[in-house]
Write a protein that binds this ligand. Structure first.
Ligand code: HAM
Length: 418
Protein backbone atom coordinates (compact mmCIF):
# COMPACT_ATOMS: atom_id res chain seq x y z
CA UNK A 1 0.00 0.00 0.00
CA UNK A 2 1.29 3.43 -0.92
CA UNK A 3 0.54 6.35 1.37
CA UNK A 4 -0.04 9.82 -0.02
CA UNK A 5 -0.19 13.22 1.61
CA UNK A 6 -3.69 14.39 2.54
CA UNK A 7 -5.58 16.42 -0.10
CA UNK A 8 -4.84 20.10 0.35
CA UNK A 9 -1.50 19.51 2.10
CA UNK A 10 1.89 19.40 0.46
CA UNK A 11 5.45 18.39 1.09
CA UNK A 12 7.99 21.18 0.89
CA UNK A 13 10.94 19.41 -0.64
CA UNK A 14 14.49 20.53 -1.34
CA UNK A 15 15.41 22.77 -3.09
CA UNK A 16 12.08 24.55 -2.42
CA UNK A 17 12.63 24.20 1.33
CA UNK A 18 15.82 26.28 0.99
CA UNK A 19 13.77 29.00 -0.67
CA UNK A 20 11.39 28.91 2.28
CA UNK A 21 14.37 29.43 4.61
CA UNK A 22 15.54 32.45 2.64
CA UNK A 23 12.07 33.96 2.60
CA UNK A 24 11.49 33.29 6.30
CA UNK A 25 14.85 34.81 7.16
CA UNK A 26 14.00 37.98 5.25
CA UNK A 27 10.55 38.17 6.87
CA UNK A 28 12.09 37.88 10.31
CA UNK A 29 14.52 40.67 9.57
CA UNK A 30 11.70 42.94 8.35
CA UNK A 31 9.57 42.24 11.43
CA UNK A 32 12.52 42.67 13.76
CA UNK A 33 13.42 45.98 12.14
CA UNK A 34 9.97 47.19 13.24
CA UNK A 35 10.68 45.77 16.72
CA UNK A 36 8.21 42.86 16.58
CA UNK A 37 9.32 39.73 18.46
CA UNK A 38 8.45 36.17 17.61
CA UNK A 39 5.63 34.36 19.40
CA UNK A 40 5.13 30.62 18.94
CA UNK A 41 1.84 29.19 20.12
CA UNK A 42 0.64 25.54 20.00
CA UNK A 43 -0.86 24.11 16.82
CA UNK A 44 -4.08 23.21 18.63
CA UNK A 45 -6.25 25.00 21.16
CA UNK A 46 -9.62 24.57 22.85
CA UNK A 47 -12.31 24.75 20.15
CA UNK A 48 -14.19 27.43 22.10
CA UNK A 49 -11.27 29.87 21.71
CA UNK A 50 -11.75 30.01 17.94
CA UNK A 51 -15.54 29.72 18.05
CA UNK A 52 -15.68 32.78 20.29
CA UNK A 53 -12.82 34.71 18.80
CA UNK A 54 -13.52 34.28 15.09
CA UNK A 55 -17.31 34.10 15.41
CA UNK A 56 -19.92 31.32 15.13
CA UNK A 57 -21.38 32.63 11.89
CA UNK A 58 -18.13 32.77 9.94
CA UNK A 59 -17.19 30.23 7.26
CA UNK A 60 -14.08 29.32 9.23
CA UNK A 61 -15.94 28.30 12.40
CA UNK A 62 -19.06 27.06 10.59
CA UNK A 63 -17.44 24.67 8.16
CA UNK A 64 -13.68 24.84 7.89
CA UNK A 65 -12.19 23.93 11.27
CA UNK A 66 -10.41 20.64 11.95
CA UNK A 67 -12.10 19.86 15.24
CA UNK A 68 -11.69 16.62 17.14
CA UNK A 69 -12.27 15.16 20.54
CA UNK A 70 -9.15 13.96 22.31
CA UNK A 71 -9.09 10.84 24.45
CA UNK A 72 -9.99 12.88 27.53
CA UNK A 73 -13.19 14.06 25.81
CA UNK A 74 -12.04 17.68 25.28
CA UNK A 75 -12.97 19.39 22.02
CA UNK A 76 -9.78 20.64 20.36
CA UNK A 77 -9.18 22.44 17.06
CA UNK A 78 -6.14 22.78 14.82
CA UNK A 79 -5.60 26.53 14.65
CA UNK A 80 -7.32 28.03 11.58
CA UNK A 81 -5.50 31.35 12.13
CA UNK A 82 -3.10 32.82 14.67
CA UNK A 83 -4.73 35.95 16.10
CA UNK A 84 -7.00 34.16 18.60
CA UNK A 85 -4.06 32.06 19.84
CA UNK A 86 -1.86 35.14 20.24
CA UNK A 87 -4.56 36.86 22.31
CA UNK A 88 -5.08 33.73 24.41
CA UNK A 89 -1.36 33.65 25.16
CA UNK A 90 -1.24 37.42 25.81
CA UNK A 91 -4.02 37.08 28.40
CA UNK A 92 -2.70 33.87 29.95
CA UNK A 93 0.78 35.29 30.60
CA UNK A 94 -0.40 38.78 31.64
CA UNK A 95 1.89 40.20 28.97
CA UNK A 96 0.00 43.49 28.94
CA UNK A 97 1.27 44.22 32.47
CA UNK A 98 4.88 44.41 31.30
CA UNK A 99 4.57 47.09 28.66
CA UNK A 100 1.88 49.39 27.25
CA UNK A 101 2.39 48.06 23.72
CA UNK A 102 3.26 44.45 22.86
CA UNK A 103 4.40 43.63 19.34
CA UNK A 104 4.50 40.05 18.08
CA UNK A 105 5.21 38.30 14.82
CA UNK A 106 4.64 34.70 13.79
CA UNK A 107 5.33 32.31 10.95
CA UNK A 108 3.72 28.88 10.99
CA UNK A 109 1.18 26.37 9.74
CA UNK A 110 -2.59 26.86 10.00
CA UNK A 111 -5.42 24.54 8.99
CA UNK A 112 -8.71 25.12 7.21
CA UNK A 113 -10.88 22.51 5.52
CA UNK A 114 -11.52 24.50 2.37
CA UNK A 115 -11.94 23.16 -1.16
CA UNK A 116 -8.33 22.89 -2.39
CA UNK A 117 -7.38 24.71 -5.58
CA UNK A 118 -4.42 26.68 -6.91
CA UNK A 119 -3.24 28.90 -4.03
CA UNK A 120 -5.71 27.39 -1.58
CA UNK A 121 -4.65 24.64 0.79
CA UNK A 122 -5.92 22.83 3.86
CA UNK A 123 -2.61 23.11 5.65
CA UNK A 124 -0.99 26.37 4.72
CA UNK A 125 1.38 28.81 6.39
CA UNK A 126 0.73 32.28 7.64
CA UNK A 127 3.16 34.98 8.62
CA UNK A 128 1.89 38.07 10.32
CA UNK A 129 2.13 40.55 13.15
CA UNK A 130 -0.08 41.74 16.00
CA UNK A 131 0.29 44.93 18.09
CA UNK A 132 -1.61 44.99 21.38
CA UNK A 133 -2.18 48.08 23.49
CA UNK A 134 -2.69 51.13 21.28
CA UNK A 135 -5.78 52.73 19.84
CA UNK A 136 -3.76 55.41 18.06
CA UNK A 137 -4.17 55.53 14.27
CA UNK A 138 -0.36 55.61 13.89
CA UNK A 139 -0.19 51.93 14.83
CA UNK A 140 -2.81 51.12 12.16
CA UNK A 141 -0.54 52.85 9.65
CA UNK A 142 2.52 50.99 10.93
CA UNK A 143 0.80 47.59 10.61
CA UNK A 144 -0.42 48.38 7.10
CA UNK A 145 2.98 49.65 6.05
CA UNK A 146 4.69 46.47 7.33
CA UNK A 147 2.25 44.45 5.20
CA UNK A 148 3.13 46.35 2.04
CA UNK A 149 6.84 46.55 2.96
CA UNK A 150 6.96 42.77 2.85
CA UNK A 151 5.80 42.68 -0.76
CA UNK A 152 8.00 45.62 -1.72
CA UNK A 153 11.04 44.00 -0.09
CA UNK A 154 10.50 40.92 -2.25
CA UNK A 155 9.95 43.12 -5.30
CA UNK A 156 6.41 41.82 -5.69
CA UNK A 157 4.85 44.92 -7.17
CA UNK A 158 1.73 43.46 -8.67
CA UNK A 159 -0.49 44.11 -5.66
CA UNK A 160 -3.09 46.56 -4.50
CA UNK A 161 -3.81 47.70 -0.96
CA UNK A 162 -7.47 48.21 -0.11
CA UNK A 163 -8.57 49.77 3.14
CA UNK A 164 -11.91 50.30 4.81
CA UNK A 165 -13.44 51.01 8.19
CA UNK A 166 -16.04 48.60 9.46
CA UNK A 167 -16.92 50.76 12.45
CA UNK A 168 -17.72 49.70 15.98
CA UNK A 169 -20.81 48.12 17.61
CA UNK A 170 -22.33 51.61 17.92
CA UNK A 171 -22.36 52.47 14.22
CA UNK A 172 -22.47 48.90 12.92
CA UNK A 173 -25.64 47.85 14.75
CA UNK A 174 -27.80 50.60 13.30
CA UNK A 175 -26.17 50.26 9.85
CA UNK A 176 -26.84 46.49 9.80
CA UNK A 177 -30.57 47.14 10.08
CA UNK A 178 -30.45 49.62 7.20
CA UNK A 179 -28.40 47.17 5.10
CA UNK A 180 -30.70 44.25 5.90
CA UNK A 181 -33.79 46.11 4.80
CA UNK A 182 -32.05 47.15 1.54
CA UNK A 183 -30.89 43.57 0.93
CA UNK A 184 -34.41 42.25 1.53
CA UNK A 185 -35.53 44.34 -1.45
CA UNK A 186 -33.15 42.45 -3.79
CA UNK A 187 -33.08 39.09 -2.00
CA UNK A 188 -34.42 37.17 -5.03
CA UNK A 189 -31.47 38.33 -7.10
CA UNK A 190 -28.85 37.15 -4.56
CA UNK A 191 -27.07 33.78 -4.66
CA UNK A 192 -28.35 31.12 -2.24
CA UNK A 193 -25.22 31.58 -0.10
CA UNK A 194 -25.80 35.33 0.23
CA UNK A 195 -29.51 34.87 0.87
CA UNK A 196 -28.58 32.83 3.95
CA UNK A 197 -26.23 35.59 5.08
CA UNK A 198 -28.75 38.43 4.95
CA UNK A 199 -30.10 37.57 8.38
CA UNK A 200 -26.96 36.39 10.20
CA UNK A 201 -24.07 38.26 8.61
CA UNK A 202 -25.40 40.83 6.11
CA UNK A 203 -22.06 42.65 5.75
CA UNK A 204 -20.52 39.57 4.14
CA UNK A 205 -23.02 39.83 1.28
CA UNK A 206 -21.15 42.96 0.23
CA UNK A 207 -17.80 41.26 -0.29
CA UNK A 208 -19.20 38.31 -2.23
CA UNK A 209 -17.19 37.72 -5.38
CA UNK A 210 -20.18 36.37 -7.30
CA UNK A 211 -21.28 38.62 -10.16
CA UNK A 212 -24.96 38.12 -9.30
CA UNK A 213 -24.43 39.41 -5.76
CA UNK A 214 -22.26 42.25 -7.03
CA UNK A 215 -24.92 43.37 -9.42
CA UNK A 216 -27.80 43.06 -6.97
CA UNK A 217 -25.92 45.05 -4.31
CA UNK A 218 -24.53 47.72 -6.63
CA UNK A 219 -26.40 50.47 -4.84
CA UNK A 220 -26.37 48.97 -1.35
CA UNK A 221 -25.46 51.42 1.42
CA UNK A 222 -21.86 51.15 2.65
CA UNK A 223 -20.91 51.29 6.33
CA UNK A 224 -18.24 53.84 5.46
CA UNK A 225 -21.03 56.40 5.04
CA UNK A 226 -22.65 55.52 8.37
CA UNK A 227 -19.63 55.62 10.68
CA UNK A 228 -19.98 57.30 14.08
CA UNK A 229 -17.85 60.37 14.70
CA UNK A 230 -15.14 58.46 16.56
CA UNK A 231 -14.75 55.79 13.86
CA UNK A 232 -14.87 58.34 11.10
CA UNK A 233 -12.16 60.51 12.75
CA UNK A 234 -10.01 57.44 13.32
CA UNK A 235 -10.26 56.41 9.66
CA UNK A 236 -9.37 59.92 8.47
CA UNK A 237 -6.26 59.91 10.66
CA UNK A 238 -5.20 56.44 9.46
CA UNK A 239 -5.39 57.71 5.89
CA UNK A 240 -3.36 60.80 6.82
CA UNK A 241 -0.63 58.66 8.36
CA UNK A 242 -0.57 56.41 5.30
CA UNK A 243 -0.28 59.46 3.06
CA UNK A 244 2.61 60.69 5.18
CA UNK A 245 4.30 57.29 4.76
CA UNK A 246 3.58 57.44 1.03
CA UNK A 247 1.75 54.13 1.18
CA UNK A 248 -0.60 53.87 -1.79
CA UNK A 249 -4.09 52.56 -1.07
CA UNK A 250 -7.62 52.63 -2.37
CA UNK A 251 -10.59 52.95 -0.06
CA UNK A 252 -12.97 50.07 -0.74
CA UNK A 253 -16.21 50.14 1.26
CA UNK A 254 -16.80 46.48 0.44
CA UNK A 255 -13.82 45.10 2.34
CA UNK A 256 -15.54 43.29 5.18
CA UNK A 257 -13.16 40.40 6.10
CA UNK A 258 -14.29 36.89 6.91
CA UNK A 259 -13.64 36.98 10.64
CA UNK A 260 -16.02 38.62 13.10
CA UNK A 261 -13.55 40.27 15.46
CA UNK A 262 -12.76 43.38 13.42
CA UNK A 263 -13.61 46.94 14.43
CA UNK A 264 -12.66 50.18 12.61
CA UNK A 265 -9.72 49.62 10.20
CA UNK A 266 -9.90 46.59 7.89
CA UNK A 267 -7.58 46.03 4.94
CA UNK A 268 -6.51 43.55 2.31
CA UNK A 269 -3.56 43.23 -0.01
CA UNK A 270 -4.79 41.66 -3.23
CA UNK A 271 -3.24 40.71 -6.56
CA UNK A 272 -4.47 40.07 -10.05
CA UNK A 273 -1.73 37.50 -10.65
CA UNK A 274 -3.12 34.53 -8.74
CA UNK A 275 -6.54 33.99 -10.29
CA UNK A 276 -9.46 33.58 -7.94
CA UNK A 277 -7.29 33.28 -4.79
CA UNK A 278 -6.44 36.95 -4.97
CA UNK A 279 -5.86 37.75 -1.28
CA UNK A 280 -2.20 38.01 -0.38
CA UNK A 281 -2.78 39.45 3.08
CA UNK A 282 -5.59 40.62 5.30
CA UNK A 283 -5.89 42.33 8.61
CA UNK A 284 -7.41 44.99 10.74
CA UNK A 285 -8.21 46.31 14.18
CA UNK A 286 -9.89 44.12 16.81
CA UNK A 287 -10.38 46.35 19.84
CA UNK A 288 -12.96 44.11 21.54
CA UNK A 289 -11.34 40.71 21.04
CA UNK A 290 -9.13 40.57 24.14
CA UNK A 291 -12.09 41.33 26.42
CA UNK A 292 -14.26 38.87 24.48
CA UNK A 293 -11.67 36.17 25.24
CA UNK A 294 -11.63 36.94 28.96
CA UNK A 295 -8.81 39.49 29.22
CA UNK A 296 -8.68 43.14 30.23
CA UNK A 297 -9.93 45.46 27.48
CA UNK A 298 -6.91 45.90 25.15
CA UNK A 299 -6.77 47.58 21.76
CA UNK A 300 -5.31 45.42 19.02
CA UNK A 301 -4.49 45.37 15.34
CA UNK A 302 -2.59 43.05 13.02
CA UNK A 303 -2.42 41.27 9.71
CA UNK A 304 -1.59 37.85 8.32
CA UNK A 305 -0.39 36.76 4.88
CA UNK A 306 -0.40 33.43 3.13
CA UNK A 307 3.14 32.14 2.74
CA UNK A 308 2.29 29.83 -0.19
CA UNK A 309 0.75 32.77 -2.04
CA UNK A 310 3.88 34.86 -1.50
CA UNK A 311 5.98 31.94 -2.79
CA UNK A 312 3.76 31.70 -5.89
CA UNK A 313 4.31 35.39 -6.54
CA UNK A 314 8.07 34.96 -6.11
CA UNK A 315 8.11 32.05 -8.56
CA UNK A 316 6.53 34.29 -11.17
CA UNK A 317 9.02 37.08 -10.61
CA UNK A 318 12.21 34.92 -10.52
CA UNK A 319 13.17 36.79 -7.41
CA UNK A 320 16.84 37.51 -7.02
CA UNK A 321 17.09 36.36 -3.42
CA UNK A 322 16.89 32.83 -4.84
CA UNK A 323 19.66 33.31 -7.34
CA UNK A 324 22.31 34.44 -4.86
CA UNK A 325 24.52 31.38 -4.76
CA UNK A 326 25.43 29.91 -1.41
CA UNK A 327 29.05 29.10 -0.72
CA UNK A 328 28.63 25.33 -0.78
CA UNK A 329 31.51 22.98 -1.36
CA UNK A 330 31.50 19.47 -2.85
CA UNK A 331 34.52 17.25 -2.26
CA UNK A 332 35.51 14.83 -5.02
CA UNK A 333 37.67 11.86 -4.03
CA UNK A 334 39.92 10.53 -6.80
CA UNK A 335 40.91 7.22 -5.16
CA UNK A 336 40.18 5.03 -2.15
CA UNK A 337 43.03 6.65 -0.23
CA UNK A 338 41.28 10.04 -0.55
CA UNK A 339 37.85 9.12 0.82
CA UNK A 340 38.66 9.29 4.56
CA UNK A 341 40.67 12.47 3.92
CA UNK A 342 37.68 14.00 2.08
CA UNK A 343 35.42 13.27 5.04
CA UNK A 344 37.99 14.90 7.35
CA UNK A 345 38.15 18.03 5.14
CA UNK A 346 34.35 18.17 4.92
CA UNK A 347 34.08 18.15 8.71
CA UNK A 348 36.82 20.75 9.01
CA UNK A 349 34.97 23.10 6.62
CA UNK A 350 31.62 22.48 8.33
CA UNK A 351 33.18 23.49 11.64
CA UNK A 352 34.40 26.66 9.93
CA UNK A 353 30.78 27.41 8.97
CA UNK A 354 31.07 26.34 5.31
CA UNK A 355 28.47 23.93 3.91
CA UNK A 356 30.32 20.88 2.58
CA UNK A 357 29.26 17.56 1.13
CA UNK A 358 30.87 14.62 -0.67
CA UNK A 359 30.21 11.32 -2.38
CA UNK A 360 29.29 8.40 -0.13
CA UNK A 361 28.86 5.78 -2.86
CA UNK A 362 32.40 5.23 -4.26
CA UNK A 363 31.39 6.72 -7.60
CA UNK A 364 33.65 7.72 -10.47
CA UNK A 365 35.20 11.19 -10.56
CA UNK A 366 32.87 12.11 -13.45
CA UNK A 367 29.78 10.99 -11.49
CA UNK A 368 30.99 12.98 -8.47
CA UNK A 369 31.28 16.15 -10.59
CA UNK A 370 27.76 15.52 -11.90
CA UNK A 371 26.53 15.26 -8.31
CA UNK A 372 28.34 18.52 -7.45
CA UNK A 373 26.50 20.22 -10.30
CA UNK A 374 23.17 18.77 -9.25
CA UNK A 375 23.78 20.10 -5.74
CA UNK A 376 24.67 23.52 -7.14
CA UNK A 377 28.04 23.45 -5.41
CA UNK A 378 29.96 26.66 -6.03
CA UNK A 379 33.29 25.13 -5.26
CA UNK A 380 34.64 21.62 -5.86
CA UNK A 381 37.69 20.34 -4.02
CA UNK A 382 39.50 17.42 -5.61
CA UNK A 383 41.43 15.18 -3.22
CA UNK A 384 44.04 12.78 -4.63
CA UNK A 385 46.87 10.85 -3.00
CA UNK A 386 49.56 12.64 -5.02
CA UNK A 387 48.30 16.13 -4.12
CA UNK A 388 47.72 15.08 -0.49
CA UNK A 389 51.26 13.79 -0.11
CA UNK A 390 52.51 17.25 -1.17
CA UNK A 391 50.17 18.91 1.37
CA UNK A 392 47.96 20.26 -1.42
CA UNK A 393 44.44 20.07 -2.94
CA UNK A 394 42.83 21.14 -6.20
CA UNK A 395 40.16 23.80 -5.82
CA UNK A 396 37.73 24.50 -8.67
CA UNK A 397 35.49 27.55 -8.82
CA UNK A 398 32.36 26.14 -10.49
CA UNK A 399 31.05 29.57 -11.46
CA UNK A 400 34.13 30.71 -13.38
CA UNK A 401 35.62 27.29 -14.16
CA UNK A 402 38.99 28.43 -12.73
CA UNK A 403 41.10 25.79 -11.06
CA UNK A 404 44.03 26.19 -8.64
CA UNK A 405 46.31 24.12 -6.43
CA UNK A 406 46.08 25.29 -2.81
CA UNK A 407 47.82 24.37 0.43
CA UNK A 408 45.72 22.16 2.73
CA UNK A 409 46.57 24.47 5.63
CA UNK A 410 45.09 27.47 3.76
CA UNK A 411 41.92 25.70 2.54
CA UNK A 412 39.28 27.68 4.49
CA UNK A 413 41.08 30.94 3.77
CA UNK A 414 41.17 30.20 0.00
CA UNK A 415 37.47 29.25 -0.02
CA UNK A 416 36.52 32.41 1.83
CA UNK A 417 38.27 34.46 -0.85
CA UNK A 418 35.83 33.14 -3.49
P1 HAM B 1 -7.37 35.74 6.67
O1 HAM B 1 -7.75 36.77 5.70
O2 HAM B 1 -8.36 34.68 6.99
O3 HAM B 1 -6.96 36.53 7.98
O4 HAM B 1 -6.02 35.03 6.20
C1 HAM B 1 -4.86 35.78 5.91
C2 HAM B 1 -4.19 35.28 4.64
O5 HAM B 1 -3.97 33.86 4.70
C3 HAM B 1 -5.02 35.46 3.37
O6 HAM B 1 -4.90 36.76 2.87
C4 HAM B 1 -4.36 34.45 2.44
O7 HAM B 1 -3.17 34.97 1.86
C5 HAM B 1 -3.96 33.32 3.39
N1 HAM B 1 -4.92 32.20 3.29
C6 HAM B 1 -6.15 32.12 3.84
N2 HAM B 1 -6.72 30.93 3.57
C7 HAM B 1 -5.82 30.23 2.82
C8 HAM B 1 -5.80 28.91 2.24
N3 HAM B 1 -6.81 28.06 2.41
N4 HAM B 1 -4.71 28.54 1.53
C9 HAM B 1 -3.65 29.39 1.39
N5 HAM B 1 -3.61 30.62 1.93
C10 HAM B 1 -4.67 31.04 2.64
C11 HAM B 1 -6.57 35.96 9.15
O8 HAM B 1 -6.29 34.79 9.26
C12 HAM B 1 -6.43 36.94 10.29
N6 HAM B 1 -5.95 36.20 11.48
C13 HAM B 1 -5.50 38.07 9.93
C14 HAM B 1 -5.29 39.04 11.03
C15 HAM B 1 -4.22 39.12 11.87
N7 HAM B 1 -6.12 39.98 11.41
C16 HAM B 1 -5.63 40.64 12.44
N8 HAM B 1 -4.48 40.09 12.74
Amino acid sequence: MKFKSITGTKDILPPESSKWHLVEEKLRSIFEAYNYSEIRTPLFEETALFARGIGQNTDIVGKEMYTFQDKGGDSLTLRPEMTASVIRSFIQHNIGNDSPLSKFYYIGPVFRQERPQAGRFRQFHQFGIEALGSQHPSIDAEIISVAVDVYNAFEVLDYELKINSIGCPVCRTSYKEILKSELMKVIDRLTAESQKRVELNPLRVLDSKDERDREATQNAPLLLNYLCQECSDHFEKVKNFLDELEVKYTVDGRIVRGLDYYTKTAFEVITKSLGSQDALAGGGRYDLLTEELGGKPTFGIGFASGMERLMLMLEKSENKIFSEPTKSVFIVSVDDFSRPKSLKFANMLRRDGISADMDFNSRSVKAQFREANRKNARIVIVVSKDDYDRGELTLKNMTTGEQAIVKITALTEEINKI
